[in-house]
Design a protein around this ligand. Structure first.
Ligand SMILES: CC(C)(COP(=O)(O)OP(=O)(O)OC[C@H]1O[C@@H](n2cnc3c(N)ncnc32)[C@H](O)[C@@H]1OP(=O)(O)O)[C@@H](O)C(=O)NCCC(=O)NCCS
Length: 164
């Protein structure tokens, strides 16, 4: 799967253990409570449930970002998404999500959920743009700092994911 982001050719493929040094570096720069290496290893090994995907800048041979989602029967859950600070605001996250959402829709998945820090304005704007709607709040769900999680959902067949 190729995604055009600015002047770069970005390709999506399944994450492997060889990607972990770059993925962990992005994770640490992206979250106050980064997932530990064992959690990523677990996702990579969890072939039945988990879909860990990296977005690779082929020209520079660098991991630009990643997304990890689970498919459970007719439901999918986005568990992690991050883009390296050097690659942000070039629609890499948007394109990763659009690709994933299109694939899920084609597989017959009915709805997709995710959680986001209430104060994460950039991520919330991204999910709004793709048609996700807030459906609930988990009070003080996150630590460092303590913050509510907004639960968001996208139902296929209603808002859709079309657009640029
Ligand atoms: C959130 C994140 C994944 C966005 O990645 P990105 O590749 O920079 O985002 P995109 O360029 O694809 O942005 C697409 C849309 O999202 C919104 N958006 C993204 N970042 C934004 C920001 N910092 N401020 C406001 N809106 C933002 C905009 O609507 C944007 O559309 P536009 O280009 O038409 O303005 C990235 O900032 C990141 O890795 N943050 C740290 C990790 C994180 O918070 N992950 C989400 C956890 S729920």
């Amino acid at each position: 799967m190729a995604v055009f982001a600015g002047a770069r050719n970005i390709r999506l493929r399944r994450m492997t253990s060889l990607d972990l040094p770059e993925v962990l570096a992005i994770e640490r720069r992206s979250f106050p409570n980064p997932w530990p290496p064992a959690t990523f290893e677990g996702e990579i090994q969890n072939l039945g449930l988990s879909h860990p995907v990296v977005a690779v800048d082929e020209e520079a041979d660098r991991v630009a970002g990643y997304i990890i989602y689970w498919v459970i029967r007719d439901e999918a859950q986005i568990n992690n998404i991050a883009v390296h600070p050097d690659y942000r605001r070039r629609r890499i996250a948007e394109n990763m999500l659009r690709r994933v959402l299109d694939a899920l829709k084609n597989e017959g998945i009915q709805f997709v959920t995710l959680e986001v820090r209430a104060g994460n304005a950039g991520a919330r704007a991204l999910y709004d743009k793709l048609g996700f709607k807030p459906i609930g709040l988990r009070k003080e769900y996150y630590t460092n700092p303590v913050e509510d999680a907004v639960v968001m959902s996208l139902m296929f067949g209603s808002a859709g994911t079309s657009g640029s």
